[in-house]
Design a protein around this ligand. Structure first.
Ligand SMILES: Nc1nc2c(ncn2[C@@H]2O[C@H](COP(=O)(O)OP(=O)(O)O)[C@@H](O)[C@H]2O)c(=O)[nH]1
Ligand SMILES: [Mg+2]
Length: 695
């Protein structure tokens, strides 16, 4: 039996920009919850939450990690999320299934760019949240400034529940504005608290913020606002009631402050989560799709209903196989039972249910509604799948991930590892859906795309560590194409006379361009049998071969129409081969006469940058032959829509990161093909000649 029920569960994601102290806060939770016997530190490499070698090396969270503590008789499931754009997809996955979120704000740096983006996701999903102003012990930490910064940069109504006592070196504790007591913390990290009266010099500030708090709480319910307007105060019970409904309905967001590193101000956060944050039952269910109507619906979260669960994450492990992480959305689940994967329409036999504790997992016998659990070695199941007791249950809506923006060609270091690369990348893709692998049909290169440079570096490290495959990243070849702008009529004639039987094929071709995207068209206009019917497919074959090989610079020819209009044959010497060569010769000759050009892929990009970088970014885009289509302000950012030739943005990630100090992001997709300007076209043709000669 489980020691807790659905109503006791709190599923909480810790979120913020990279470096705000999320993992440190998680470690402080684990220490206060007596899961760790000491306060573990990211900087010391002993974090329980950042345990993967790639994380320890970089001192940063790459993948969400999970643990749980008991606090005030509640089961708090803690998810520590990544804050770096490179790994942000995992943060979005976690936000899909949690029932509460903590957003950290650095007391020195204020609201940073990812913090803003994550807050948008939290508010869009209407996740009850609290703000934690962290690093109050650091030099230049300033609580009031941080609040101002929050108000200016986030679409939020902050309600301060604690004000700091002292700051920087002298940060000692907090005043709890509900109990109106000072909480003085020991600075040795032990978290021990001494309650005290409010210090004289903070009395005015405390009563000012207490008043704001009561007012905000009163506004959360009609009944309370009436009472407040009449009496000018609220009772403790009323404050508690208003606080709970305000948090649940997102009418405001409580603000705490402290130091994760020194374990100051942490227990009050846990108290609020345990006592005021919603259980899974108090929250709307995940969106699901009705199997009969195909429409979106929200099911009831019902512990008594048949089991259903949603897989939001997978971890690939070369030894234990894969670990499927899911939330139980209704009913119960027992270890060693058989369920259905609704998404794949397949039976799934499950083994031991597991509760994740950092890098290890604890076996449990039964899972209750709302809990976040794991299963090892499932055969059919991957991320985004719905598991259920009943075969025809509704399936949950898949998580939407950001589009990867950076791409490289990938090659094995040792020949023959190609198959291994594809197989192991597919495994990694299961744990990270923002990795994409494609084979460029034209250049035949394997192209890997990811969220950014560090993302792909980590992918390579994991490939090596988990699957023993070493690869190299290369700038991908630009898949140029060739076409013509003019028309021509040419003869393609192949004639060989030697000793015995000769070769004879003679064709007349009319070659002309067709609109972009129409590809290749072949028209047979032969009349009177000047070329026998059976040779005509060979003429076409010869032309197609020449097109695929490329004529100007070795890139495939597209968008041409070739009409076979005339020709002649020889009763003995003509053959399929002879007509194929004749067609190919004719096409090559005609192509060169018909104003040939190179086409290049044009990408459509959406670039998000802080306001102040906009000028530099536009200037840079102009130098890359970019066309800016539009700009829209979004919070403190500008979203720039632009069309840029692919050849110019192969290294764009680096430029964007350096111009915006890592704050810019972009996405891109192939939009169209356009003519390469003459001066560049000459260079590309010359380069291809050199390459050919070298071969
Ligand atoms: N001074 C101080 N440093 C902190 C505090 N919290 C975290 N840090 C430091 O900030 C850095 C980033 O912390 P980490 O928890 O990894 O941040 P995350 O990227 O948000 O998970 C580490 O060097 C931490 O030691 C704090 O409250 N005070
Ligand atoms: Mg972290």
């Amino acid at each position: 039996m489980n020691s807790y029920e659905t109503k006791d569960i709190r599923n909480i994601a810790i979120t913020a920009h990279c470096g705000a102290g999320k993992t440190s806060l998680g470690e402080a939770f684990l220490f206060n919850g007596k899961v760790s016997d000491r306060l573990c530190r990211v900087d010391e490499g002993n974090s329980v939450l950042d345990y993967e070698p790639e994380e320890i090396k970089r001192k940063t969270t790459i993948s969400s990690s999970f643990h749980h503590i008991k606090w005030n008789k509640k089961e708090i499931n803690i998810i520590d999320t990544p804050g770096d754009t490179n790994f942000i997809s995992d943060t979005f996955s976690s936000l899909t299934i949690v029932d509460g979120a903590i957003l950290l704000v650095d007391a020195v740096a204020g609201v940073e760019i990812q913090t803003g983006m994550i807050w948008e996701a939290i508010s869009e999903k209407k996740i009850p949240a609290l703000l934690f102003v962290n690093k109050m012990d650091r030099e230049r930490a300033d609580f009031l400034n941080a609040i101002k910064n929050i108000e200016e940069n986030l679409d939020v109504k902050p309600v301060v529940l604690q004000i700091p006592i002292g700051k920087e070196d002298d940060f000692k504790g907090v005043i709890d504005l509900i109990s109106q007591k000072a909480l003085l913390f020991s600075i040795d990290g032990s978290g021990s608290v001494t309650p005290a009266g409010i210090p004289d010099d903070l009395k005015d500030q405390a009563s000012e913020y207490r008043e704001k708090l009561v007012e905000a709480v009163a506004e959360s319910e009609d009944e309370l606002i009436e009472k407040y307007l009449e009496a000018g105060e609220l009772s403790d019970d009323e404050i508690n009631k208003g606080l709970r409904s305000g948090i649940l309905n997102n009418t405001f967001t409580p603000v705490f402050c402290g130091s994760a590193l020194l374990n100051i101000g942490i227990q009050p956060v846990l108290d609020l989560i345990a006592d005021y944050f919603p259980s899974p039952q108090d929250r709307p269910s995940l969106a699901s799709i009705n199997p009969e109507t195909g429409e979106e619906e929200k099911l009831k979260i019902d512990p008594a209903a048949p089991f259903s669960g949603f897989v939001f994450k997978t971890i690939a492990d070369p030894y234990t196989g894969k670990l499927t992480i899911f939330k139980i959305c209704s009913g119960k689940l027992d270890s060693d039972s058989t369920i259905f994967n609704v998404t794949r329409n397949a039976k799934e036999k499950i083994g031991q249910l597991l509760k994740i504790e950092g890098k290890i997992q604890k076996p449990i016998n039964q899972g209750v509604t709302g809990d976040i659990l794991a299963l090892a070695k499932l055969k059919e199941t991957t991320t985004n799948d719905t598991l259920a007791e009943e075969k025809n249950a509704s399936s949950f809506k898949a998580i939407e991930y950001p589009t990867p923006a950076l791409f490289y060609a990938i090659e094995p270091k040792s020949k023959g590892d190609e198959d291994k690369i594809t197989a192991s990348l597919t495994r990694l893709q299961e744990e990270d859906p923002t990795i994409q692998i494609n084979r460029d049909p034209q250049t035949r290169e394997f192209i890997i795309s990811g969220m950014g440079q560090i993302h792909l570096e980590v992918v390579l490290e994991k490939l090596k560590r988990k699957f023993g495959v070493e690869v190299e990243l290369k700038t991908p070849k630009v898949p140029y194409k060739e076409t013509i702008k003019g028309k021509t009529r040419v003869q393609g004639k192949y004639k060989r006379q030697s000793g015995g039987r000769g070769q004879y094929g003679d064709t007349w071709l009319e070659i002309e361009p067709v609109p972009h995207g129409q590809g290749f068209e072949f028209v047979n206009k032969i009349v009177g049998g000047v070329i026998p019917k059976n040779f005509i497919p060979s003429v076409e074959k010869g032309i197609v071969d020449a097109m695929n090989e490329g004529i100007l610079a070795g890139y495939p020819v597209v968008d041409v129409k070739v009409s076979l209009v005339d020709g002649s044959y020889h009763a003995v010497d003509s053959s399929d081969m002879a007509f194929k060569i004749a067609g190919s010769m004719g096409f090559k000759k005609g192509f060169v006469e018909a104003k040939p050009i190179l086409l290049e892929p044009i990408m459509k990009m959406e670039i998000t940058v802080p306001d102040e970088c906009q000028g530099d970014i536009i200037g840079d885009l102009n130098s890359r032959r970019g066309k800016v289509l539009g700009m829209d302000p979004k919070n403190k950012n500008q979203v720039i829509q632009t069309l840029v030739p692919m050849a110019e943005i192969l290294d764009y990630d680096h430029t964007l990161k350096s111009v915006t100090s890592g704050r810019g992001t972009f996405t891109m997709v192939l939009d169209t093909y356009e003519e390469v300007p003459a001066f560049l076209s000459e260079k590309i043709i010359a380069a291809s000649k050199t390459e050919k000669e070298e071969q």
